[in-house]
Design a protein around this ligand. Structure first.
Ligand code: NAI
Ligand code: MG
Length: 491
């Protein structure tokens, strides 16, 4: 096995505690074990933080926000620090990727490219913003001589609450956007995959950010997460995770009207027209749901296939899917790693049972390789319909539900694709320019991707309906960490 995994294991075992004001703190001494989902064995432990550690971290972040070392730092210097952080992440790329593989389960190649690769791109992208976060000069119509303009000012202390499905990429995206805007942060990693977030704290210190600008408190959502959301010193919450938890956070933040951004669940549609390039569409549709074992908010979990290509597409899709090797992410050639936990595996298996019971036809997968490890084989149901829970609900596992569409009524097709409480992403495959633009307009989701997909940090990302509130990435993602101020100057 690649020796990088030994290095990563040693790093994981050595990391523990909360990172507050530039130093490590043990907290109460209570810990939560951290598991490798491919082996079901403990690889380390995190400190179980609560209100006390959260309070210390928020106070440290507030002091850092007010201190001239951060508040008066020139934009060019913030840019330089962010670029330095990106370089450090890149220098540690293999080890960080191996840590993510051991903690989250994703195949090593995927974590090098996706988890750490996107993290580097996100930090470099956001590094460009401090010097470009400009306001407007506004023509004034009130009587007199006026100069009117707007500025974007950092909101203050941001709570960043991160899920376990792509922990390092999401952590680095949120941290770098918040820092680019001039906020200071308290990060709460997911208890199921916290280790790369703790390692980031070390790299932030190494990059030379002032103490207290980035703090990390570990623990459960119910204790550490809830304490953070309730803390009156938090100005902004940026959360990625389940829709249920996002709603709870929004409720809990009403008391002092904290600013809240939510990136939540999805039930995204892939739509394939008969003129699509099937040699590209088949693997992309498959990896659009099976990649990261389906644990992706924007996963294309509902597939609409045109009847003229239905049989051909399904044949290719099943063949491709059956070639995907399921196994530990540390092994070469593995395409799909385990799910994150026993409960997540059981939940996914429950949906497979539900799909059968509700009358969908299982054409591949449906079972779980024997343990250890929380593996589920990639599974495809045809004859699915919107009355079924496998079509309505976010499963967050490698389960694809396939439906057929007949012809040319694009409004009807869009209505079927839009028939969901979610609206995060949509994927369209067609060579017909008219269909491409028509679907881009008719699909009610935060992103529409035509003939391909990928993570582009310059394009806003977020959801319609119950997929979320606000946007990350792009100008919108940085502005989400700011307040707009209007200034009028009489002369
Ligand atoms: P979750 O959404 O509850 O957890 C995400 C993060 O929020 C974690 O860091 C957690 O500690 C924190 N958290 C939980 N409760 C909190 C609270 N009351 N206040 C503040 N922070 C809190 O997701 P969980 O429980 O890990 O998974 C439940 C289901 O959610 C999964 O089975 C999956 O289907 C779905 N999910 C969807 C995600 C998405 O991106 N769409 C991401 C993660 C989970
Ligand atoms: Mg883990």
């Amino acid at each position: 096995m690649n020796p990088i995994f030994d290095t990563a294991r040693a790093r994981i075992a050595a990391l523990s505690g909360h990172f507050i004001n530039g130093a490590w703190h043990k907290g109460s001494g209570a810990t939560i074990p951290v598991l490798d989902p491919a082996t079901e064995t403990a690889i380390g432990a995190i400190a179980a933080g609560g209100a006390d550690e959260v309070d210390q971290a928020v106070r440290a972040a507030r002091r850092a926000f007010d201190a001239p070392s951060w508040s008066a730092m020139p934009a060019a210097e913030r840019e330089r620090l962010l670029l330095r952080l990106a370089d450090l992440v890149e220098e540690n790329r293999d080890e960080l990727a191996a840590m993510e593989t051991i903690d989250n389960g994703m195949p090593y190649g995927v974590s090098r490219m996706m988890a750490v690769g996107s993290a580097i791109s996100a930090i470099r992208y956001h590094a460009g913003w401090p010097r470009r976060l400009t306001g407007e000069t506004v023509p004034m119509s009130v009587p007199g001589n006026w100069h009117g303009y707007t500025t974007h000012e950092a909101l203050g202390v941001a709570a960043l609450i991160v899920p376990w499905n792509a922990p390092f990429a999401i952590t680095c995206t949120k941290v770098s956007a918040a820092l680019a805007a001039g906020c200071t942060v308290v990060l709460k990693p997911a208890e199921l995959a916290p280790m790369s977030g703790l390692r980031l704290a070390e790299l932030v210190a190494q990059a030379g950010f002032p103490e207290g600008v980035v703090n990390v408190v570990t623990g459960t959502g119910a204790e550490a997460g809830a304490a953070l959301v309730a803390h009156p010193g938090i100005d902004k919450i940026s959360f990625t995770g389940s829709t249920a938890t996002g709603k709870a956070i929004l409720h809990q933040s009403v008391g002092d009207l904290k600013r809240v951004s939510l990136e939540l669940g999805g039930k995204s549609a892939s739509i394939v027209f008969p003129d699509a390039d099937l040699t590209r569409a088949i693997p992309a549709v498959a990896m659009g749901i099976f990649g990261n074992s389906g644990q992706v908010c924007a996963a294309g979990s509902r597939l609409f296939l045109h009847e003229a290509i239905f049989d051909r597409f399904i044949e290719g899709l099943v063949a491709f899917t059956q070639n995907l090797r399921v196994g530990p992410g540390t092994q070469d050639g593995v395409a799909l790693g385990p799910l994150i936990s026993g409960p997540q595996r059981d939940k996914v298996m429950g949906y497979i049972e539900a799909g059968r019971a509700e009358g969908a036809t299982l054409i591949t997968g449906g079972d779980a390789p024997s343990g250890p490890g929380y593996f589920v084989n990639p599974t495809i149901f045809v004859d699915a319909d919107p009355s079924m829970s496998i079509v309505r609900e976010e499963i967050f596992g490698p389960i694809l539900s396939v439906m057929k569409f007949a012809d040319d009524d694009l409004d009807d097709l869009a209505a079927r694709a839009n028939d969901s409480i979610y609206g995060l992403s949509a994927y369209v495959w067609t060579a017909n320019l008219g269909h491409a633009h028509a679907m881009a307009k008719k699909l009610r989701s935060g992103s529409v991707k035509i003939n391909g997909s990928g993570m582009e940090f310059a394009l806003p990302f977020g959801g319609f309906r119950q997929s979320g509130l606000g946007r990350e990435h792009g100008r919108h993602g940085v502005e989400a960490f700011t307040e707009v101020k209007s200034v009028m100057v009489g002369w």
